[in-house]
Design a protein around this ligand. Structure first.
Ligand code: GLA
Length: 402
């Protein structure tokens, strides 16, 4: 009899399990420890980042999540429940989550679908429901779920199991699928998670590949190129994730600006990965430019697309609400380029999302979002100089014709 009850409960849990809907209607914004600190994390660093997110103005600009990546874990206890590393997190995870919540922020954590995390800590394989229960008890709001040590596992099934476990635990938690695009998560991720990584790891370099032997990490331009063909899969509550930001981690200011602008054009999650307690004025200006962030957070949730490319210059378009458009001119070359764009000769069509900017028929006002200035209309040709590895980012709004 008991066994039958258990089977009924199990069937019911998986039949009624679903993803928590509506938690990421615009791309999630926050900070994650990995890109800057790697495994060298502890509760003091994480608290300091939460303080800095508030003090730097990032919270006001829309950043919300403070996410601890790999290496927070200690051993499982005798019942199999995961515990934090007692040296690094002596006050426990609940206390840290409470601290982050007391600042008006949300708290994220990391685990892995395999039996170990990429950093060699205990993974969630076989412990999914226990781990999800702990996260809910601790007050976790966001889970990044990685893909190391997953031999023999089916990716969709593994992520579905954790989704169901989170749902059963009862606390709404954003579910970030970190499977590196190996098994095309864009094809099955929509009902499982709120975002999915589309590539391997990013590195703090604009245009390069770093070979680590068994794996590679990718520069900003390499990751940008890997997004080709994926925009149809993304939208509110289910985003393509081209990995976290490297702004403030050593690239030039121009490169950081270009990286941030392109991640906004891609409607990518904006998860900063730098030391928030030690930022230059330029880094803060990039990360908190409200008008640029508005391009990313636009409620239509449509990912931008490349409209034109020639001689290392690319022009990207992103449809926005109220028939507005974001336009980004990207200079990938090592040299400054002058560009001239005759709007009136162009009719930009987004056939996937059924949007059109017909500059032959409609005139738009133009605002330069980095200069924070209105710069005329699309009646005139746009002529500008773009420094190497930099962008010009514009918002176009249609002038109502009477
Ligand atoms: C993988 C992920 C990274 C990071 C590390 C942690 O490489 O893709 O984003 O979480 O694991 O070990």
């Amino acid at each position: 009899m008991k066994r039958i009850n258990l089977i009924i409960i199990l069937i019911a849990t998986s039949l009624y399990a679903q993803k928590f809907e509506g938690l990421a209607l615009t791309p999630p914004m926050g900070w994650n420890s990995w890109n800057k600190f790697g495994c060298e994390i502890n509760e003091e660093i994480i608290k300091k980042m939460a303080d800095a997110m508030v003090e730097s103005g990032m919270k006001d600009a829309g950043y919300q999540y403070i996410i601890i990546d790999d290496c927070w874990q200690g051993e499982r206890d005798s019942l199999g429940f995961i515990q934090p590393d007692p040296q690094r997190f002596p006050s426990g995870i609940k206390a840290l989550a409470d601290y982050i919540h007391s600042k008006g922020l949300k708290f994220g954590i990391y685990s892995c679908a395999g039996w170990k995390t990429c950093g060699g800590r205990p993974g969630s394989r076989g412990y999914e429901f226990q781990d999800a229960k702990k996260y809910a008890e601790w007050g976790v709001d966001y889970l990044k779920y990685d893909w190391c040590y997953t031999e023999g596992l089916n990716a969709e099934g593994a992520y579905l199991t954790m989704r169901n476990a989170l749902y059963a635990a009862g606390r709404p938690i954003v579910f970030s699928i970190c499977e590196w695009g190996n098994n095309k998560p864009w094809e099955w991720g929509k009902n499982i998670g709120h975002l999915w990584r589309t590539t391997g790891d990013i590195t703090n370099c604009f245009d390069c590949i770093v070979d680590h032997g068994t794996w590679k990490s990718w520069g900003v331009m390499q990751i940008l190129d890997m997004q080709k063909g994926l925009r149809a899969y993304a939208g509110p509550d289910h985003w393509n994730d081209p990995d976290m930001l490297e702004v403030g981690n050593g690239m030039s200011v121009n490169e950081d600006r270009a990286h941030f602008s392109m991640w906004c054009m891609l409607a990518a999650p904006l998860i900063a990965g730098n030391d928030l307690s030690n930022m230059s004025k330029e880094t803060i200006e990039i990360l908190t430019n409200k008008e640029v962030i508005d391009i990313n957070q636009d409620s239509l949730g449509i990912q931008g697309f490349k409209y034109f490319e020639k001689d290392s210059i690319e022009i990207w378009f992103k449809p926005l609400k109220k028939d507005n458009w974001a336009v980004c001119f990207l200079n990938r070359s090592k040299k400054t380029h002058e560009i001239k764009f005759s709007w009136k000769e162009h009719e930009v069509i987004d056939s996937i999302f059924n949007k059109e900017a017909n500059f032959k028929k409609t005139v738009f006002n133009i605002r330069d979002l980095w200069k924070k200035k209105n710069i005329g209309t699309t009646k005139d040709d746009f002529v500008a100089v773009i420094p190497s590895h930099d962008v010009i980012l514009l918002r176009l709004s249609p002038i109502k014709q009477h």
